[in-house]
Design a protein around this ligand. Structure first.
Ligand SMILES: C[S@@+](CC[C@H](N)C(=O)[O-])C[C@H]1O[C@@H](n2cnc3c(N)ncnc32)[C@H](O)[C@@H]1O
Length: 214
């Protein structure tokens, strides 16, 4: 898939854009070099960081990992960039870019973890081809993830969850933590993201999985 084929249909900026605009000049510039020069510590990719708060706090609380986040929605990208500067974090890299273009820049076996939390569900049948977690992404991602690396997915849409499970097993991932409630929301697998909170407020059923690359 070429870059111009990666179309995006969601919102690209929100209410906080004006306030955060001054941080645009500090955005990380995507290049192959930035990734080849990264230290030999585990790397976590978060796809669609939304408001940018989860990845920012994770990077602050865990300096043994490098956190790489991307989104097309600029407000969260700028909020995380601001947080990175204010907290002088050298383990947080945030890109205003779609994930398909970003992961092309990674070497093979680059990632120890990939997360995609509450991706846009596009529930109508005619819009399902807009979903980010699709076979093109899985094909790309599969080679960038190391053996035994972890892929985490969550959603409040049952059919997206099932499709994602099937896709991930097709592209070399298998489940490892089989317990009776492994698919369900719990304090253990909670992500604490904005869209998780929204789904909980609406009393929606939430679904989670973690799978290993083999
Ligand atoms: C429903 S929001 C969820 C945000 C966050 N993960 C959460 O749980 O609160 C989905 C996010 O994915 C982003 N997104 C959609 N397609 C993307 C893509 N191809 N690459 C990067 N981000 C994408 C959207 O802009 C949006 O911010």
């Amino acid at each position: 898939m070429t870059d111009h084929e990666v179309r995006y249909f969601g919102r690209k900026r929100g209410k906080s854009f004006q306030r955060l605009e001054p941080f645009e000049k500090f955005l990380d510039i995507p290049s192959k070099k930035i990734f080849t020069e990264m230290k030999k510590v585990p790397k976590v990719l978060e796809i669609g960081i939304g408001d940018g708060i989860k990845i920012s706090e994770d990077a602050k609380n865990n300096n043994k990992y490098i956190y790489i986040g991307c989104d097309i929605f600029i407000d969260g990208v700028l909020r995380a960039t601001k947080f990175k500067l204010e907290n002088k974090l050298d383990n947080l890299f945030i890109f205003h870019l779609n994930v398909q273009s970003l992961i092309k820049l990674f070497d093979n076996n680059f990632l120890q973890e990939t997360r995609i939390f509450f991706p846009d569900p596009w529930p109508k049948n005619k819009h399902k081809n807009r979903r980010t977690f699709n076979s093109n992404l899985l094909k790309q991602l599969s080679s960038k993830m190391r053996k035994n690396s972890i892929l985490k997915f969550s959603t409040d849409h049952a059919d997206y969850f099932l499709d994602a499970m099937i896709l991930s097993s097709k592209y070399g991932f298998k489940s490892y933590n089989n317990t009776p409630n492994m698919w369900q929301y719990s304090a253990f697998n909670a992500t604490g993201t904005k869209y998780e909170k929204k789904a909980l407020d609406k009393n929606n059923k939430l679904f989670y999985f973690s799978v290993l690359k083999y």
